[in-house]
Design a protein around this ligand. Structure first.
Ligand SMILES: [Zn+2]
Ligand SMILES: [Zn+2]
Length: 136
């Protein structure tokens, strides 16, 4: 009698039967916690993580995202201040997420402040679109 081979890897002896798809799998292609094969385990895990992420409401995520981006902007301005030795204080950085940041720039580094804000806006938009896609 031939020993049944694992239907996932095809190398080791099958010892378990997946509850999800009914494949006969070896102990290495099997998740004893959920009693499914590794294939089903991965797809189940993806489903669960999708569920978990949707529990976070999108407005809250956007709030956190906006906060992080704003914080990043402040840090970059601080670094710029240290690097250029001149306060970039002439450029005021106002950002009401998810609207593009408003930059009032009169100093010599206003150009860089605007450039930075544009870069951050693009970054913010990309993240915004990604989050919206995932929320669906
Ligand atoms: Zn296997
Ligand atoms: Zn399975």
């Amino acid at each position: 009698m031939q020993v049944k081979k694992c239907e996932v890897c095809g190398k080791r002896t099958a010892r378990y039967i997946c509850q999800e798809c009914g494949l006969e799998v070896c102990q290495f292609c099997f998740e004893p916690n959920t009693w499914v094969c590794s294939d089903c385990y991965n797809s189940l895990k993806r489903e669960t993580s999708a569920l978990e992420s949707s529990q976070w409401s999108t407005p809250f995520k956007l709030f956190i995202l906006g906060f992080i981006l704003m914080f990043t902007g402040i840090i970059v301005v601080m670094i710029a201040t240290v690097l250029f030795g001149t306060p970039v204080g002439a450029g005021t950085f106002i950002w009401i997420f998810p609207f593009p940041p408003i930059v009032f720039g009169t100093g010599p580094y206003a150009f860089w402040a605007i450039l930075l804000s544009v870069a951050l806006t693009v970054l913010g938009l990309v993240l915004f679109i990604r989050l919206r896609k995932r929320a669906r």
